[in-house]
Design a protein around this ligand. Sequence first.
Ligand code: ZN
Length: 244
Amino acid sequence: MEMKPQRVIADLCRQFYHQGWATGTGGGISIRENGRVYMAPSGVQKERIEEDDIFVLDEQGEVLEAPKKPGLKVSECSSLFYNAFRLRDAGAVLHSHSINALLVTLLSRDAVGGVATSKDVFECTQIEMMKGLAGHGYYDTVQVPIIDNTARECDLADRMADAMKAFPKSHAVLVRRHGVYIWGRDWVHAKTQAECYHYLFEAAVRMRQLGLDASVGEPHVRALEADKGYAAVVASASAGGGKR
Ligand code: ZN
């Protein structure tokens, strides 16, 4: 039997808490199913959420069912979740405060006029887990836009929408010094996308600690077109025509 979205949200919030994505009441997930949007309340311990604590909204953002428990407010991230529902027809969106998501927003610094400024896109290439992301192959470059944080989370909505339009291949938007929003066609897809993105973020952070750059692939492979493949290069090299 299919699980109720409320049950799925409660289970996933617990899981995300233990993964370090939703500690200190931050982070969470929203599911859209059959014209209804299910969302956790704001400012509560995500690992202790019960099915009865979940808000049910319509696709316009109006609350249809509020939890009986007094004092619960609908998530601060509501307008950000709706960005993914409206602009990408997403079936689920999650928000993570993972430390690695935060760190990658600080990794890339461009020198502009002698002043180090943050880049507004995270990039990586040639990492196997990229293949778990919709529309990406091993030789592609994964790009995730980075938007600047705001004092109030709901004020991020416009810049998040702009970033989503500018990077149509991305299933995620990073928020500088804050975390990341990731979506998918349903909660299973959103969860796997999130796992792949978090893996790549962690890989990039660890590579930087080793003095490596996740946006730079192997030079001899990087020179290839993805569709030729390694075997073609080896064959052409052994035939004497290979260029490295
Ligand atoms: Zn947040």
